[in-house]
Ligand binder design. Sequence first.
Ligand code: BJW
Ligand code: ZN
Length: 255
Amino acid sequence: MTESLAEARALLRTARTIVVLTGAGISAESGVPTFRGIDGLWKSFRAEDLATLEAFERDPRLVWEWYSWRRERIAACAPNAAHLALARFALTRGGVRIITQNVDGLHAEAARIAAGADVDAAQAMPLELHGSLFRDRCTSCAFHQDNRSGVDHTSLAALPRCERCGALLRPDVVWFGERLFPGDMEEAFEWAGRADVCLIIGTSGLVHPAASLGSATRDRGGAVIELNPEETPLTRSARVALRGRAAEIAPALLG
Ligand code: BJW
Ligand code: ZN
């Protein structure tokens, strides 16, 4: 394992297929709080109290309060230099699939900015493994809707309800113990399995199945590049570990 930027650039240059797995760290410099770590969201809230179906069934008002707070805070954030470098990289070079655990929508926003009016942004649109903070979905039927505003969480009666069947709406995200959306896991592992390089940016590598994508690349002979200021459980399987902040290193790596 090395920490060489030049080696990482060379690996990317010669790769035909590249998977990029991102986590909360890539959005840290946009002002989005990470989950774990010093300022992590789980420091003030226990994950099991808020990011599970059981928690929602026990106290939907509390869970909506947390998601509503995050929605309003994150709606004000913009993509940073790392999201933009990645979007440009995916648009100008074929064979790149951005796979994110983030629910903040910043990769999609970066893709639209980088593509501008004349280029189709599709090639840089991410697979959002854990859903979106900016969508509601019905707890009972298939209804879902985009929603960038906070919700009224002052009482149980005020919580948003489905316009089709009247059941409670919930954030359209994947909580602990829930399956990923149909087809997403298969698509992610299919890309990772045939990638020459899996570039992993800003994730603690603790949450599965996302944390296993790098192994899928490595098991088939590909290389893992990690970009993170800290060592993680994924570091030991990395060919190159780049230590630093995403917004600083990603433009130098991908430009
Ligand atoms: C920087 C930086 C800078 C800071 N630049 N970097 C196998 C083994 C063990 C357990 C399991 C397993 N398979 C499944 C499980 C159970 C569970 C799990 O993984 N548990 C572990 C915690 C032990 N997984 C699941 O439950 C998943 N479902 C599943 O597997 O279903 C199977 C099933 C089958 C049959 C029936 C039913 C189910 C679902 C997982 C869903 C995770 N959901 C969340 C919440 C999403 C909604 C929301 O946002 O509220 O997703 S949890 C939370 O963690 C969120 C994140 O996407 C995810 C990952 O966090 P991430 O991105 O890594 O953030 P951090 O904060 O942890 O790390 C930030 C990193 O950035 C750090 O390393 C910093 O150093 C770094 N950093 N500044 C670059 N400037
Ligand atoms: Zn419904």
